[in-house]
Each structure stands twice: as structure tokens, then as C-alpha cells.
Ligand binder design. Sequence first.
Ligand SMILES: NC(=O)c1ccc[n+]([C@@H]2O[C@H](COP(=O)([O-])OP(=O)(O)OC[C@H]3O[C@@H](n4cnc5c(N)ncnc54)[C@H](OP(=O)(O)O)[C@@H]3O)[C@@H](O)[C@H]2O)c1
Length: 377
Amino acid sequence: MQQAIIQAYRVEGRTSPRPPVGAVVVRDGHIVGAGATAPPYGPHAEIVALTMAGTQAQNADLYVTLEPCCVTIHTPPCTQAIIAAGIQRVFVAQTDPNPLVAGRGITQLEAAGISVHMQPTIEASQLIRPFTTYITTQRPHVTAKWAMTLDGKIASIAGDARWISGPESRTWVHDLRDRVDAILIGANTARIDNAQLTVRLTPEQQAISQRTTRPAPWRVVIASNGDLPEPLALLQPALAERTIIIVGESCTQQQQQRLLAFGVRVLPVANDATGRADLLAALQALAGEGIMHVLLEGGAQLLGSAFEQMCIDDAVTFIAPIVIGGAQAPTAIAGRGVAQIQHGWSLDHLRVQQSGADVMVTGTINYQAYLQSTTRA
Ligand SMILES: NC(=O)c1ccc[n+]([C@@H]2O[C@H](COP(=O)([O-])OP(=O)(O)OC[C@H]3O[C@@H](n4cnc5c(N)ncnc54)[C@H](OP(=O)(O)O)[C@@H]3O)[C@@H](O)[C@H]2O)c1
């Protein structure tokens, strides 16, 4: 199963809107076939591995990180191919969260006389999380990331944010960028930082991950009226092709045409109650484009909206050992906030580790207390 997981890791961020899956065919203790989900809409991992194994798949074992599919969605059911190949035993790390499959794949295999064994692993369940969010909520999985000083600031009083976190943390973020479908920022961050939102991996990172090549992740800016200045890096030809600008109802046709002329894509969405482009609608529009995992990189206002709309799934925070002060310097999360500490958003599956000189805190967001808060009304 570890080998199947390694296969899946190689295609993380390269399979959307399908999950990254790995599979290996083992016969007499030797791997005779291995593969991962092809880019959309090529074969599933099982088919890649079975094709490589050829006739050696007869009476062999199949290890797969996700339950084989039993329905035709772009490609024929993997269950039929597994049965036809003469596989004897199937080891599955994770059942498919897709309601169209959800255990039926396993039932089909067992009905054909194949013995199926569940072999759950933490890695396999982590790999499937973006797809689970996507298929069950119709919006992308959202990982929010921010870097802050010891006093909770994400930029100085002058708007300077480069760099709060150290090189080790930034290297880690580039690896994360390489595993998501899109990087999302607010209009102010685009204007102030003029970020390029590119993936820059070190040769060591590339060698370790062995990920397959892919187009750059989408760079997404949410800007209600589309008011973004022309020198912006994301509007230049080299980056515009993979840039999406999400605009609200206040963005005129003329403004949309101006943006389109740069070569970016424009996705209009409805406004929220504050008159800005609605973040949840924006995420749903991105899901409609097949975007399954979004990395939300700030700034404070957009993170505030995301917490209040309860659409952050995971958080990654870097706390740098520096204090910069300034009452007007932005803290990490803006928005209305909660009135009482007990109604705050808390982190489950908390992990705290050192990242160079920074402290890295990761976790999944728990909305239970916030849901009970009266400030939501
Ligand atoms: N340290 C870090 O990790 C980090 C990361 C990112 C940014 N930063 C810093 O943060 C600062 C910018 O943060 P910020 O809070 O001012 O701005 P922001 O969150 O980047 O952008 C906010 C703007 O986005 C637009 N927007 C559209 N729809 C929205 C929605 N539903 N919710 C929220 N915003 C929406 C609005 O502008 P329109 O009205 O024009 O639409 C809004 O004013 C910069 O100084 C930057 O350097 C730090």
C-alpha cells in the first residue's frame, strides 16, 4: 500500500476534478504493475497498473489507495477491468466518498468472487480530503495559509509583508502550491504585494516529490469591481493565461472587457451582504471549473470573509519570531470577529512544529462554537 500511496503523491494536484489515486499490482511478492490517475480524463490508477501488468495480473493482488469505481464517469468502471484481469485479492485504503460509488465498488468486486480487504492509512485519507470536500459540498477544499509576526501582524503599518516567514517556511509553501489547483488572494494583496503566485521548487524538492509535470496552478484574485492596475504582474502575458479574476455585480461590462483584454479569465459572481463579490459563490464558480483544492493566501479581509462564511477547511500558519507593532498594521484575520472567545474558530488535528526560525501550526477548522455564536446573525 505504501507503494500505491507513493504513486498517488506523484499526481497530487494534477488530477482534478478527480482524486489522486495510486495502484500497484503484486504477483508472487513482486510489483508487476504500478500507476496513478492520469490527467483528466485519462485512465484511472487501477487501469494504468493493470495495463502495465498485462497477463501477469491473473491471480495477482491489487493495492489501491481508493475504492475502485463502479460507474462510468468519463472512463469505464474499474471494477469490470479488475474482474476481467483475473485479480484475486484487492486491498483498499479508503472507500470512495462519491455518493455514486460509496461502497458499491467493493460490493461488485466481492460479488465477482474477489476478496477485498480494507487497509486504511492516514496518508490515503489525507490524499482524498480535497476530493471529499469537493464531491460532498460542491466547492473546492480550502487550505488557508498566512504568515504572521509574534504580535499577530501579517504586514507592517506601511503594508510591507516581505518577508515575515523565513526561507524554510516559504520553501514549504511552494511545495503546497505545487499540490493545489488554485491560489486565491484578495484584491488588496494583489495590489499591494503585486504577487506572482508562481510555484518555485528547489531541485531537492523536485527530486523528492517526483511529481509529474502540470500547468501552473490557477492564480485567482477576488476583486469586486475588477479594479486592478495595469502594471500588476498577474495581468502580464506570462502569467495572465492562468489567471482568473473573480468580480462582483459592481464590475461593469466595460471593466470586464478591460480585464479580458489582458488574456485573463473573468468569473462574475453575485455580491454578498456587504456588497463585495460573494466568496462562497466564487468558490462554487471555481468548483464549476473543475478546481478541487484552493490555497487561500490572504489577506486579512479575505481570510475574515472565509472564516465567517465557514469555508476554510485547513489552516497553515507560520509564526515568525519578530514583533512589529502598530495599531493599524493588519492582523491575520479581519472581518467582524466574534464577541466572545468561546465562540472562536478552533483547530482540530493540531500540529505544531518548527520551520527554520518560525513555528508552523496546522490544523482543521472547527466551526462548532462559531455556529452557536450570536455575532453570526
Ligand atoms: N503575511 C501574510 O501571510 C500575508 C498574506 C497576504 C497578504 N498580506 C498582506 O495583507 C495586506 C492586504 O490585506 P487586506 O486585508 O487589506 O486585503 P485582502 O484581503 O488581500 O483584499 C481585500 C479586498 O478584496 C476584495 N474582496 C472582494 N470580495 C471580497 C470578499 N468577499 N471578502 C473580502 N474581500 C473581498 C475587496 O476589494 P474590492 O472592493 O476592490 O473588491 C477587499 O477590499 C497587504 O499588506 C499584504 O501584504 C500578508
